[in-house]
Design a protein around this ligand. Structure first.
Ligand SMILES: Nc1nc2c(ncn2[C@@H]2O[C@H](COP(=O)(O)OP(=O)(O)O)[C@@H](O)[C@H]2O)c(=O)[nH]1
Ligand SMILES: [Mg+2]
Length: 209
């Protein structure tokens, strides 16, 4: 399927930024299924949303970790929402703000009714940290589904990517009920982005019925 991604790129290019929100009760509800991207600061959340939607405009790529401190909502093709969540685990912001952000993330995951899937981003080189485990636990206690996305694979060898995936899959045995899949991708060379686009597209179809 050499041009298999052309129609998906077209699908994702129909997108709208609906706004940034600091209070989960203020996020508008258009009743489309929603997926969100979450992960430690600097893991590549904004870059991956840009890569998926094939635009540089949508998510502001911050070179300063911890800068994105609100919930950013995008609507794709009047069919599905994508959410860019604030990063966690960034040591250089005050404990007060860190607590506020983790409350915002937790409250979003727990209360957002149309949230169909959480993509937890893990930097391939860095691997899983305890703050990621806290997120897996929050997601599973809210009984939401999640997939893991290994990011920045352009910086790692194929062998390293394989071994990182294998060790994460071992850990995921503890999360069998809610863990769906592991993706490996790079927003720099676009490897693996098509796979994530397909996943999100399927999510929008499943909820049309
Ligand atoms: N090499 C490489 N760098 C990346 C990739 N994705 C993001 N980055 C870089 O990592 C930094 C943080 O990315 P960003 O998307 O802002 O991360 P966020 O804080 O999670 O939103 C930026 O300097 C990006 O250019 C990738 O796939 N490969
Ligand atoms: Mg960001």
């Amino acid at each position: 399927m050499p041009n298999g991604n052309r129609s998906l790129n077209l699908f994702f290019s129909q997108n709208n930024f609906l706004g940034s929100f600091n209070d989960i009760h203020k996020i508008p509800n258009n009743n489309f299924p929603e997926c969100c991207f979450i992960g430690r600061s600097n893991v590549g959340k904004s870059s991956i949303i840009n890569a998926i939607t094939k635009t540089k405009k949508l998510a502001k790529i911050s070179k300063t970790p911890g800068r994105t401190q609100s919930v950013n909502l995008f609507e794709i093709n009047k069919a599905i929402n994508i959410v860019d969540l604030p990063g966690y685990g960034y040591a250089k912001i005050s404990k007060n703000i860190r607590d506020q952000l983790s409350n915002l993330i937790e409250s979003y995951i727990t209360n957002r009714e149309n949230l169909a899937k959480v993509f937890v981003l893990i930097d391939c080189k860095v691997g899983i940290k305890s703050s990621d485990i806290d997120i897996f636990d929050s997601i599973t206690s809210s009984n939401k589904n999640f997939s893991i996305v290994l990011t920045k694979t352009d910086k790692c060898s194929t062998n390293f990517i394989q071994s990182q995936m294998a060790s994460i899959l071992t850990l995921m045995k503890n999360y069998q009920k809610n863990f769906m899949k592991i993706h490996a991708c790079s927003s720099k060379n676009n490897n693996g982005i098509l796979d994530i686009q397909k996943d999100i597209f399927n999510l929008s179809k499943r909820h049309e019925i």
